[in-house]
Structures are given as structure tokens and as C-alpha cells.
Write a protein that binds this ligand. Sequence first.
Ligand code: ZN
Length: 214
Amino acid sequence: MVARLLVGTAALTAGCDNPTVVRPDFAYNPTELTGGLLYRWSTGAKVRVFVEPMAAGSIDLRVAVQRAALAWNAVPQAREVSLEVVANRDAADVIVYDRSTPQPVVTGSCPFNPSGAAGYTYFCPVNGRAEKLRPVSSTVLTAAMVIRVDMTTTATQPALDALVAHEMGHAVGIGGHSPQTTDVMYTRPTVSTPTDRDRATLRNLLGRAADITL
Ligand SMILES: [Zn+2]
């Protein structure tokens, strides 16, 4: 009788930490690329994303980023993170640019080496936090992350949408790649809507303690 009561009390206490959200298992390892370290924004963060302007062309980076923000914003179970495309580079948390435009931030202590990558997401962890980066137009350290894409690798808007959705998946905390070709987080993604496997992986990591806070 006593033992049963204690078990009940313990379960109730555990339940109070997280009263409504039941977390799925991840479908692929979200810390594969970070040596087992889980990174994410602080819970409830509204992440401001700035897209470097470009001359109008047949495919549009800003459109791809807006679509990716909408797609990932639909995934968290309790609004642990949400992405918002903003107009001010100097107040952005994430800056996205194409290889054809100048690098918009002064990078930090970690090597910045996109080399031949179609997409490259950069942040630099220092003592458990992402180092703040200074936009070239500013004197203030603001951005935690920068994403470079190479639009010469994407001939169509759907191809660019898939590439950007993948990089934005890294931006919201997925530090791994899916082995399944149909997932957004596959190395060479062909879809821009997170699959159930992508969704489960993000939902899982958003319920875990961060080793690195962005
Ligand atoms: Zn990737």
C-alpha cells in the first residue's frame, strides 16, 4: 500500500515537469554531426531570420526561407521554437545568404569553410553557448548562426525550397542527417515539407536539455 502510494507520488511529480507533451522517439540521430552534443534555442525562442537581398531571378531565396519557416513552425508541440523572417539584418539571430553575395557576418572562433557545399549552416559553440557574430554592417554582436547556400546547385524553386528547408532544419536544432532519401534531412534533400520522421526527430530534441544553447 505504501509502496504503491510512493510510486503514484513520484509519477505525479514527474508529470508536473511536463504536463501535456509526450515526446516521440527520434527517427535519426539529431546529434550525429555534433559529436553527440545537442544544440537548440532556449525554450520559447522566437528566432529572427534575415535573408540577404538579391537581384530578382527565376528562383527566390527569400520565398524559400519563408516557406521553410512556415513548414518548421508547424512541427513543435508546444511552440518551443518559432522562426520569423525579419527585415533588419542587425537584429537577426540567423542570417541566410547566397554564395553570389558577400559574406554578411564576421565569423567567430570556429573555422568557416563552406567550400563546395550546396548548403552550409554555421555556428560556433563556446562554453555551451553559440558565439554571437557581428554583421558586417553593424558594431554589435547579434547573430548566432549563418547559413550559406549555393543557388547555382538548385535549378528550380522546388529544389531551392528543399535545400533551404534542410538547412533550416539544422537551424532549429537537428544536428544530424537522415539516411532515408525521402526525408528533408537527407543529405541531398528533394522535399521541403518535414516528414513524420523529421517531425519526430525535432519534437524529440525539443524536449531534451541542450548541451549548446543557440
Ligand atoms: Zn545537412
